[in-house]
Design a protein around this ligand. Structure first.
Ligand code: 8OZ
Length: 362
């Protein structure tokens, strides 16, 4: 067997990826009326179809799932039609695309919630973090704890959104289990203070994740279901007393459910990789037999080494894919990347979004 390269094709369940470079999920806050993906969004994703796989920006499963202004949904017929433009644009160029499905839980604001209600969470513990609403940063509102009776409905919303995703032409979905949003809030004892079957022990705190993964797999199949995790990120004020034990159990549960991949954020999301040097990511990888995707601060040399050694099957790049639509070609040729326009990451129009040049155009 020859050593695999970043630029070799990869068989992900039932689909073939042209290479092992993945566009990471990136929030851009440019959805239109009704949180419907726009033609500009289709242009943006189509420009980046050279990625082996695109994972879309985080996308709501329901109205209560929203925590930031102008982030898209995937639960109404209008949103499905909007996403169809996106998947068509990517597929027309030979690309592959999964949608990232999220519920923000407590990382929200009453102004975004139906009837101005409190955001939903495992427990009524406010996150010491900010969200972005009405064109400004604002503290998140104190959440209300989901009742035991309400939990199956949220699980069902994940399955409904997954079915909508397939109707919209996506190749699969990624469950957002990372970065301090609802699935992660259930996992960690810093945010989950429940005393019922969904709180307390590691097994109980993992129950919500397990039910969501089971429901999505039941709706669209394991070969089209991935999940993202971030065991040590401090994002959105989350913490846990024993992340190694917790995430060992989470990966063991996933090994029994067999989602097509686990997408692992190594370190602080978008920040330092070495925030928890004692945490053993390789030990987690050893517990899972499916596809292992890694992310956070990779450059070409690091990514090549991870693929060649077998430490990872796929490597996701975030900011580099924002600035450089033809990232795969640039890395292949060893060409420099475009500079990131940090003033236009969140919200707005084409500027800092679809106006980055390709190497051939520059
Ligand atoms: C940046 C701004 C808003 C949301 C995440 C979905 O961290 C996000 C996000 C990132 O996963």
């Amino acid at each position: 067997m020859t050593t695999p390269s970043l630029f070799d094709p990869y068989q992900l369940g039932g689909i073939t990826l042209a290479n092992r470079l993945v566009m990471a999920p990136l929030t851009r806050n440019r959805a239109g009326e009704g949180l419907v993906p726009t033609p500009l969004m289709a242009e943006y994703y189509g420009q980046r179809a050279g990625a082996g796989l695109i994972i879309t920006e985080a996308t709501q499963i329901s109205a209560t799932a929203q925590g930031y202004q102008d982030t898209p949904g995937c639960y109404t017929p209008e949103q499905v039609a909007g996403w169809r433009r996106v998947t068509d644009a990517v597929h027309a160029k030979g690309g592959r695309i999964f949608v990232q499905l999220w519920h923000v839980g407590r990382v929200s604001h009453r102004s975004l919630q139906p009837e101005g209600a409190a955001p939903l969470a495992p427990s009524a513990v406010q996150a010491n973090t900010k969200t972005y609403v009405n064109n400004a940063f604002a503290p998140t509102d104190e959440p209300r704890a989901l009742t035991l009776e309400e939990i199956p409905g949220v699980v069902a919303d994940f399955a409904h959104a997954a079915r909508c995703a397939i109707e919209a032409g996506f190749d699969g979905v990624e469950i957002h289990g990372a970065n301090g949003y609802l699935v992660d809030q259930f996992l960690r004892d810093g945010a989950n203070k429940r005393t019922d079957a969904y709180g307390g022990s590691i097994e109980n705190r993992t129950r919500f994740l397990k039910e969501v993964v089971e429901a999505v797999i039941g709706a669209i199949g394991a070969e089209r279901t991935g999940i993202r995790l971030s065991p040590v990120t401090p994002a959105n004020d989350l913490s846990d007393s024993n992340p190694q034990a917790l995430f060992s159990h989470v990966v063991d549960v996933l090994e029994t459910l067999k989602p097509v991949y686990i997408h692992m954020i190594e370190g602080a999301t978008g920040g330092p990789r070495d925030i928890a040097p004692e945490f053993d990511f390789a030990a987690l990888r050893a517990r899972f037999s499916g596809t292992w995707m890694v992310n956070n601060g990779y450059d070409r040399a690091m990514a090549e080494a991870a693929i060649a050694s077998g430490a990872a099957d796929l490597v996701a790049f975030g900011k580099a894919f924002i600035s450089t639509p033809d990232l795969v070609e640039r890395l292949r040729r060893g060409a420099p990347l475009n500079e990131l326009d940090t003033a236009h990451l969140y919200g707005g129009g084409a500027q800092g979004y679809t106006d980055y040049p390709t190497l051939d155009a520059a």
